[in-house]
Design a protein around this ligand. Sequence first.
Ligand code: ADP
Ligand code: MG
Ligand code: MG
Length: 902
Amino acid sequence: MAAQETVEHKYVYDFAEGNKDLKDLLGGKGANLAEMTNLGLPVPPGFTITTEACKAYLTTGREPDGLAAQIEAHLESLEREMGRKLGDPQDPLLVSVRSGAKFSMPGMMETVLNVGLNDRSVVGLSAQAGGNDRFAWDSYRRLIQMFGKTVCEVPGEEFEHALDDAKRAKGTQNDLDLDADDLRGLVDAYKKIFAKHTGREFPQEPREQLDLAIRAVFESWNAERAVVYRRQERIPADLGTAVNVVAMVFGNLGADSGTGVAFTRDPGSGAQGIYGDYLANAQGEDVVAGIRNTVPLQELEQIDKKSYDELLDYMARLEEHYKDLCDIEFTIERGKLWMLQTRVGKRTAAAAFVIAGQLVDEGLIDLDEALHRVNGAQLAQLMFPRFQLDHEFQPVAKGIGASPGAASGKVVFTSARAVELAAEGESVILVRRETNPDDLNGMIAAKGILTSRGGKTSHAAVVARGMGKTCVSGADELDVNVPAKKFTVAGQTVNEGDIVSIDGTTGKVYLGEVPVMPSEVVQYFEGELDPEQADDALVKAVHRIMTHADEKRRLQVRTNADTGADAARARRFGAQGIGLCRTEHMFLGDRRELVERLILASTDEEREAALAALLPLQREDFIDIFREMDGLPVTVRLIDPPLHEFLPPLEQLAVNVAVAQERGEDVAKEEALLAAVRRMHEENPMLGLRGVRLGLVIPGLFAMQVRAIAEAAVEVTRSGGSACPEIMVPLVGAVQELETVRAEAEKIIAEVVGDSGVEVLIGTMIEVPRAALTAGQIAEAAQFFSFGTNDLTQMGWGFSRDDVEGAFFWRYLELGIFGISPFESIDREGVGRLVRIAAEEGRAARPGLKLGVCGEHGGDPDSVHFFHEVGLDYVSCSPFRVPVARLEAGRAAITTTGSDSR
Ligand code: ADP
Ligand code: MG
Ligand code: MG
C-alpha cells in the first residue's frame, strides 16, 4: 500500500492534512475546513477529494486510477473515527458530499446531505436518535430530494409539489408540523418521483450513493449556471472543484438543535457586531434557501447560551487568525456546536473600506494591507448616486438591505422577462419570493433585485452583493404572485411594468421613481465633507486609504477635460494636471459657421479671415482651463477629427438644396457646402484625413491653435498665474510629420512667448502602431509621448470601436477570444506590447522622456497596474475615474502578500 502511494497521485486529503493555503488543490471550503480542524475547532471529521481528481474526471470522463481505492481508505478511517459504518442498519454513518472550488460560487454547485440512508438504515438512525422517527424520515426524504435533483436531474419542483401536497393535506404551512408518518409517506412519494424520472429505484447501496454524488459534484463544475457565474465573475473555467465528504451532524434533531450562518462583522456596512441568522430544528440548506423565516443570531443567546458563547469565541478566533471578516456556517446538534464552513466573507464596497480601516485600528493589518484589500471597482461603486428622500416618498415595505445602491425600474417577475426588457434598454427590477440559481441571467440583466423572503444570506442577497447589484431581500409585506405577474403591498397592487424603487442600503421599497442624490464619497472628494469631522465611518476610511494610496503611488494621475468646469472638478478629485484637453468642442455650437467658412474658403484671404475669427475664441477657452489648472501641466491636443464632421450630413444638405431650389431661393451657399461634403466624403473616416494630416494639409490651422495656446499661457502667467501647456500632435505615424509641425510651432511660440517665462512643450500621441514601432526616431522630435490607447487598440486590432463593439464582441467574449473587451481593459500581450516597445525605445533615445496615457484605459484598474509596470509617468482619465486611478496606482505600487482579494 505504502509503495503504491508513492507512485500514485494523491487525490484525497484528510482534513488534518490540509491548510488554508491549499485552495488550488482543496478548494476554498476544503482548505478552510482543514484550517479550522488544525486550529482545534469542532469540525466533523472528513476528507477532501482534490480539484485535480475533478479535472482528470472532466477531461477523461472517468474517475482517475487510484481514486476509488483512496476514497475507500479514507472512508474506512472516517468510519473508525466515528465508530460507525456507512450503511450499517443499526447505527449508520451518514456523510455530506459538498462541492467547493477555489473561489466561492454561492449556490452554484451541488451538495448532497445524509448520504448513506436507505430503507434499512433509516430505522437504525431513528433508534440511535432515541426513537426519533420524525427526524430519521425527515433526513431520508431530504436525501432522496437532494440526490434526485442533484445527481439524477429530477426536476426539483416535483419534490416541492409533493411536499406542498403533504402540508396541504395536514392543513399547515410549516414543514415542522409534518410528523413521522407524514414524512414516511413523503419518502414513498419521493421514491415514485425518482423512479418515474430515472427509470430505476432510488439506490439503496450507500457506496453507490457516495460515488454517484461525488461524480455529480465533479460534473456540477460545468453546469450552465456555474459557467455563467464564472464568466460574470471572471473566474477561470479550468480550475475544477474539490469534493468534501463530511460526517453528518444534525440540526434537525429537535428544538435543542438548529443551524445558522454568521458574519464576524456586518457584510453590508462593515459595522462591528453580531450578524447572522439562526433556524431551530433544521438542516443547513434551509437557512440559505430562505425556506422558513430565520431569527437573528442574537436570539440564540436565549435559546442556547452555551453554544452561543462558544460560537462567539470561535468567531473572534477566526477573525484574529484570518485577519479579516469571516463568514461561518454552523450547526447545533442537541446542544453541541459544530463548525461546518468558514471563509473570508464577501462584502459590499462600503464594508470593504470600513473593515479595512477598522482592522488597521485594531492592529491586525497595516495600511499597505488595507490598501490591498480594497479596489477601484469598489470605490467606483461608492461613487454612485443614492435616493433623495426628503418629501413625498414613503416606503411601502421594508426588507433587508442586502446589497446597497439605489435602483428604479419596471417590475418583472421572471428571469426571461428581465433579460427581454433589459435588451430593449429598459431598467428592470426583478421581483421574486426568493431567487434560485436558475434566476442568474435575470439577475445579471436587472438593475435591482427584490425578494419577499430570505435574509442577508439568501441566494438573492449573496449573489447580488457579489455582482455589486442593488438588492432588497425578505420584504415580507410583499405578497408576490409570480404566475399572475403581480404583487400586492399595503393594499396596493403592482403589476408587471409598473415602476418601483429599491434602496439596497436601508432595505426600503418605494412605488414609483424616486429621485437620486450624490454619494457621500463623492461629496468628500468634492471637498463638501470634512473627513475629520464626519461621523461617517465610510468617509473616514476612504480618506485614510486614499491618503495612503497617494503616498505610495509612483504614477501621477491626470484628467481628460475640455472645459474649465471639468478641469476644476477633476482637480478637486485629485487630478495633477490635464492629460488630454480636446480642442474639437471649440469648433462646435455657434462656431460651426466659422468652420464652414474655413472649409469653403476659396482664397488664402478667406481662409485666414476664418482662422483669425476662431483664434480669440480658442484663446478664451484655454485661458479658462489654464486658470483652473494653475501651476499644473495641461496637455492640449491639436484638432483631431476629420473636418467634415463639423458639416451637416450629406442627406440633409441634399434635401435642403432641393427644397430651396423648388422654392426658387438662392442656394449658392448650400450648393457649395454640398459640393464640399461630397468632395470630403471618406469611406473609412477613422483612417482618413484627420489628426496631424489635417494640420499638414490645411495651411494655418495648427498655427492658429498653437498661437491661441501660447497667447493664453502668456496672458495667464502675466496676470500672476502659472500656465504649463504641453502641445500634443495627434495621429503621428512618422517622425517627419512631427518635425514639420514642430518647426512651424516653435517659431510661433518663440514669437508669442518672448520673455514672459512661459515654457511650452511639444510632444506627440502614440496611437498608430507605426509610431509605437518607430518610437526611437519619434522621440528625437518629441518632448513627451502620450499613448492614445483607444486608437492604438482600434488600429492594433484593425477594428473600429463604434462598428464592432455591438456587432460581435459578445461572441468573442463567449468564445473566450477576449476575457474582457480590449477597449475596457488594455490587451497586455498585443496593444500593451506596443506600449512597452514605444516606452522602452522612446526612453532609450531620449532619457527622461515624459510618458503618459490618455485613452479610457487610464481609469481602468487592471490597465493602471499595467501602466505602472511599464513605467509610465502618469495616467489620464475622466474626472470621475480620477479617484479610482489614484487608488489603483497606489495598489500597484505596494508589494502585496499575494493573498487573493476575491
Ligand atoms: P454551499 O457551498 O452551497 O454553502 P455546503 O456544502 O456548504 O454548500 O452545504 C449546504 C448546507 O448543508 C450548508 O448549510 C451546510 O452547513 C450544510 N452541511 C454540509 N455538510 C454538512 C454536514 N456534514 N452536517 C450538517 N450539515 C451540513
Ligand atoms: Mg456552505
Ligand atoms: Mg486618437
